[in-house]
Design a protein around this ligand. Structure first.
Ligand code: NAG
Ligand code: NAG
Ligand code: NAG
Ligand code: NAG
Length: 452
């Protein structure tokens, strides 16, 4: 730069001697603010009238870039074009600042351009691998440190659809700011997260993370009781959730099971299936699936039984008649049914009063062998009160024994002074499991009375 200043001084001295005229130099161009994007080419104008023998120079801060037609800066991106306009190619963030076009008379005002360089967003992700793992109940922090000009905004989304790589409304917006803090992690927090960094310069930058929530196995069984018969098959299904993935094994009456000609174990996704083909008497019993991972173990039981399945009521709850009702139900059983038992009673219900009547115990003749798994039974009840509410429970027996007592079923008869509407049928008990407990207790009580 030393020699640059020398040249400059010489030019100023020369210029000063010439400068005592009235129609002195005058800028035709005006000072401006320029916004440009990194990589672009920028042209800073400097047009002067009546320059005479004076000369121009460009500087940026104290640094002289050009003096007359001399390139003082060694940066080859700078060039003078069409007179004294300064062209900067491949603009970088370092080019931001004030550029001054100056007339060598030192009297005229300088022309100042301000250059702002816009920088598209960029991101530094943490963890760098974009994969975070934490235990359930623990915490995880995902971070997107953004840079760019202007300062970018950072927003976070959870990617809902695991096949969706684009952000749209189906993704849940979580937070703004460089950090996404997740605490008290649940299994459902597992999945893909994305930060979007945007400052309006160029397209937003989307960075994806994978969060893995680690937890011990959890098993749900499709049915904890599976009906089958000799010569038929039995299919047991355990759905296992675990991360890391669990090892699943099967037991029968606490002995480990291995695959055989009749027994196959398979897994599809989270579903683990035990299939017993051509069931033999020794196959009935208590099975369990056991799932292990590094965080723990879970076990669920499935009973494989030849006893009939619980009765399912199929008749409508409102009778078509006032004094009679046809109670219909279905029972699954591979062997023929041997015996059926029905208990029913009237419930006296009005706005202020709820009082059950006496139980009627009815033995229903076994239906003809169904020839299929499902046995359908219809039983006519006579001598009922009009406009009354009744409840019923049913039990069935085959050669393997009695089934579980059905849930309580309520129906009501037509007519009477009180015209019943479906809406008035207030269930006596709140939950199905409660009903099941109550019906079990009723059977136990009646059996005790009969034994006594
Ligand atoms: C959001 O993404 C899903 C999955 O790619 C797509 O089916 C859906 O049409 C998208 N919605 C919008 C509004 O773009
Ligand atoms: C797993 O079993 C459930 C319940 O039967 C079923 O809805 C689901 O589609 C099964 N999933 C796979 C991957 O087989
Ligand atoms: C199966 O065995 C387990 C434990 O041995 C027991 O808790 C469960 O009640 C049994 N289930 C049946 C239906 O016997
Ligand atoms: C409800 O039934 C009880 C017993 O049958 C009876 O004493 C009472 O008067 C009835 N109340 C109404 C409002 O019908």
């Amino acid at each position: 730069m030393e020699w640059g200043w020398l040249v400059l001084a010489a030019i100023f001295v020369a210029g000063h001697a010439q400068n005592n005229r009235n129609d002195g130099p005058r800028f035709l161009s005006r000072g401006h603010s320029f916004r440009t994007v990194v990589g672009d080419t920028l042209l800073l104008p400097c047009q002067v009238q009546n320059l005479g023998s004076l000369v121009l120079l460009w500087r940026r801060g104290p640094a002289v870039l050009t003096a007359a037609s001399l390139m003082v800066t060694r940066d080859e991106r700078f060039r003078l074009v069409d007179g004294y306009n300064l062209q900067i190619t491949d603009v970088g963030p370092q080019d931001a600042g004030d550029y001054v076009c100056q007339i060598s008379d030192r009297i005229s005002r300088d022309q100042v351009h301000t250059v702002e360089v816009l920088v598209p967003p960029s991101v530094r992700a943490s963890p760098e691998s974009r994969h975070a793992a934490a235990r359930r109940g623990g915490a995880a922090v995902l971070e997107c440190r953004a840079s760019g000009n202007p300062v970018p905004s950072v927003t976070w989304h959870k990617m809902v659809d695991s096949y969706n790589t684009h952000l749209n409304e189906t993704n849940v917006r979580l937070a703004d700011g460089p950090q996404l803090q997740l605490s008290r992690l649940e299994r459902s927090h597992s999945g893909r997260y994305a930060c979007t960094v945007d400052n309006g310069v160029g397209p937003p930058v989307v960075t994806e993370f994978q969060l893995q929530v680690l937890y011990p196995p959890e098993i749900t069984v499709e049915r904890s009781w599976v009906h089958t018969g000799e010569g038929f098959r039995a299919e047991l299904l355990c759905t296992v959730l675990a991360d890391p993935p669990a090892e699943v094994s099967w037991y029968q009456n606490s002995f480990p099971l291995s695959a055989s000609e009749r027994v196959t174990m398979s897994a599809r996704g989270n579903n683990h299936t035990l299939l017993i083909a051509n069931v033999q008497p020794e196959d009935f019993g208590n099975y369990s699936c056991v799932a292990d991972n590094s965080l723990g173990r879970a076990r669920q039981h499935v009973e494989v039984s030849g006893r009939p399945g619980p009765a399912r009521f199929t008749s409508p709850p409102l009778a078509r008649r006032a004094h009679a009702y046809t109670l219909a139900f279905a029972v699954d059983s591979y062997p023929p049914l041997d015996e059926l038992r029905l208990l029913y009673r009237q419930l006296a219900i009005n706005e202020s009063f709820q009082q059950p009547g006496r139980w009627h115990d009815v033995v229903i003749p076994a239906p003809q062998p169904a020839g299929s798994l499902t046995h359908r039974v219809a039983h006519e009840l006579h001598g009922l009160q009009p406009g009354a509410v009744y409840e019923a429970i049913v039990q069935a027996k085959n050669r393997y024994g009695w089934n579980e007592v059905s849930d309580i079923f309520q129906f009501h008869t037509l007519g009477g002074t009180h015209t019943a509407h479906a809406g008035e049928l207030t269930p006596m008990f709140s939950t199905a499991s409660h009903l099941r407990e109550v019906s079990l207790a009723i059977f136990a009580l009646i059996t005790l009375v009969q034994l006594a």
